[in-house]
Design a protein around this ligand. Structure first.
Ligand code: G3P
Ligand code: MG
Length: 248
C-alpha cells in the first residue's frame, strides 16, 4: 500500500545528525532522501551567508553579531566539524537538481540579493521551481515579491495564522509555515481553502508526525528526514514542492 503523503523538508539540512546549515548537513539530508531542504540566510559584507542565529557563538567558534563581521572573518570560522559557513551559491550548487530549496530570509536586507542570486542561477539553468523563499520578516517577503513576481513564497506566520493568511493572499504566496504547536485542523482547513500549502516546524517525533498528518498538514520541517521518509510518501517526484493536485 502507498504511504500517506507528507513532504519531508530537512531543517537546516539534517541538523539532528550534522552541524546545522553546513554543506555537510545538507549532504546528509540529501543522502537520507529528503525531498526538500531548508536553510537560513543573512546578507553580510555583500554576500549571502547561511547561518541561523544573529550571533556567532552557538554554532561557530567566532564571536559577535553575524552582520558586524567581514565575509573573510565569517569564512575563517569553524561552523562545526571543520565546516565553513556556506554561501547561498554554494548551497544552490550542492542541491541543484537533487532537492527543493527553501531559503529562509533571516536577516534584514536579504530579499534583493536573494532575488539576484535566483535570477543569475536561473539564467545558468537552475530550475526556478526548486526555490521556495520564506521569512518571518514580512517586509522582506513583500520586497521579494516586487523583485521577483514569479518566485514561490512561504509566509512564516508564527502563531498568528490569521495575519499570515492575509499576507499570503496579498503576496500570492504558495505556503504558510507554522510552529507545530500552533497547528490545528481548523487552521489547516482555512489555509487550504485559501489555496495554501501548510508546512509545520519542527517535527521530529513519530507521534507529532502522525498528528500533523491527521490535521491535514502538507509537509514538515524535520531534523531527522529519515523519520518522515520511513512513514510518509513524497509524491511522484515530478514537483519539488507538490501542490495538492500533484500527489499520487
Ligand atoms: O522555516 C521553518 C523554520 O526554519 C523556522 O524556524 O527558527 O528554525 O528558522 P527557525
Ligand atoms: Mg529556518
Amino acid at each position: 500500500m502507498a504511504k500517506p503523503f507528507l513532504l519531508c523538508i530537512g531543517h537546516r539540512g539534517a541538523m539532528g545528525h550534522e552541524p546545522e546549515n553546513t554543506l555537510r548537513s545538507l549532504r546528509k539530508a540529501l543522502a537520507l532522501g529528503a525531498k526538500c531542504v531548508e536553510i537560513d540566510v543573512y546578507h553580510v559584507d555583500g554576500r549571502l551567508v547561511v547561518i541561523h542565529d544573529d550571533r556567532l557563538e552557538r554554532t561557530t567558534n567566532g564571536a559577535g553579531f553575524v552582520m558586524d563581521q567581514s565575509f573573510a572573518y565569517l569564512r575563517s570560522l569553524d561552523a562545526g566539524l571543520g565546516e565553513r559557513i556556506p554561501t547561498l551559491e554554494e548551497v544552490c550548487g550542492l542541491v541543484d537538481g537533487k532537492a527543493g530549496l527553501n531559503i529562509e530570509l533571516k536577516g534584514p536586507g536579504t530579499s534583493l540579493p536573494t532575488a539576484l542570486v535566483v535570477a543569475r542561477l536561473a539564467q545558468a539553468g537552475f530550475d526556478r521551481d526548486a526555490f521556495l523563499v520564506s521569512s518571518f520578516n514580512h517586509r522582506e517577503l513583500e520586497l521579494m515579491r516586487q523583485a521577483d513576481p514569479g518566485i514561490r513564497l512561504g509566509v512564516l506566520a508564527g502563531t498568528h495564522l490569521e495575519q499570515g493568511l492575509g499576507l499570503a493572499e496579498r503576496l500570492g504566496a504558495f505556503s504558510v509555515h507554522l510552529p507545530m504547536e500552533a497547528v490545528n485542523r481548523a487552521g489547516v482547513g482555512q489555509a487550504h481553502d485559501n489555496g495554501l500549502m501548510v508546512y509545520a516546524y519542527t517535527v521530529n517525533r513519530a507521534s507529532d508526525l502522525a498528528r500533523m498528518h491527521a490535521y491535514g498538514v502538507d509537509g514538515v520541517f524535520t531534523n531527522y528526514p529519515e523519520r518522515v521518509l520511513e512513514r510518509y510518501g513524497q509524491g511522484d517526484g515530478s514537483a519539488w514542492w507538490p501542490g495538492r493536485d500533484d500527489r499520487t
